[in-house]
Design a protein around this ligand. Structure first.
Ligand code: DC
Length: 229
């Protein structure tokens, strides 16, 4: 069976991972959440006091990169692969607003990106993979057979993220979530190394008014057409 690489990029909280996970399941492909890898490095930086409200020890973080080992292990009950940092399951710990606040500055560092991109390219070497992030179709897999670029208004995305965090028991304000979403959009799309941009050959989907089922149906149709070629 012809296997392909599916790259899904887009702004924060566009629902990329929800769709990517379901698409991977439907095609029996591996799913990789690259945002979780940048979050893992950020979690490490926070735990080691390398980043905080008014400081960022960039060189110290870069020097410690070789101490960071990130893996994914499939959790049957959850139905997806959870992220581990040096053997510790940090899947829940990286989904806080605190990690979200510091992840974009960490993701601007070229040394961090080089390390993670190399690991991502290895994970996709046998194809049969759905990977989501910001630079998958432009940098990680510029030759991916299917590239999707997801968008939605900042308010729609902040509302979704706010509800998700509330459901998980976090106490926070909608305004803080909206502020985080717009700040990350700005940093992610203006950074020098691998900024978030739509690849020329990506299909853009604005999902502000699309249900998850509608999005999934579209992506499955695109993927099956390419696989059957
Ligand atoms: O998808 P996410 O919100 O979990 O991603 C967290 C941050 O990681 C995002 O604000 C930018 C960074 N990121 C990146 O720079 N490149 C990727 N391929 C994935 C995420």
């Amino acid at each position: 069976m012809n296997k392909i690489i599916i790259a899904i990029d887009g702004f924060s909280s566009t629902g990329k991972s929800t769709i990517a996970k379901q698409l991977a399941k439907k095609l029996n492909y591996i799913y990789v959440d690259t945002g979780a890898m940048y979050r893992a490095v950020t979690y490490f930086a926070l735990e080691n006091n390398l980043i905080g409200d008014d400081f960022f020890k960039e060189d110290a973080l870069v020097n410690k990169l070789e101490e960071i080992s990130i893996n994914f292990k499939f959790n049957k009950d959850a139905g997806f692969a959870e992220v581990y940092l040096n053997g510790e399951n940090i899947e829940a710990a990286i989904r806080t607003l605190r990690v979200s606040k510091f992840v974009s500055p960490v993701a601007t560092l070229s040394a961090v990106r080089r390390k993670l991109v190399e690991q991502q390219q290895l994970m996709g070497k046998d194809k049969g993979i759905v990977m989501d992030g910001r630079d998958i179709g432009t940098v990680v897999f510029p030759d991916a057979e299917l590239k999707i670029f997801m968008t939605a208004s900042a308010e729609t995305r902040a509302k979704r993220r706010y509800k998700e965090l509330l459901d998980r028991g976090h106490k926070l304000s909608y305004d803080d979530v909206l502020e985080n979403v717009t700040t990350r959009d700005h940093i992610d799309s203006t950074r020098e190394d691998s900024p978030l941009i739509k690849a020329d050959d990506a299909i853009e989907i604005d999902n502000s008014d699309l249900s998850i089922e509608e999005q999934l149906n579209r992506l499955v149709a695109f993927a099956e057409e390419l696989i059957s070629r």
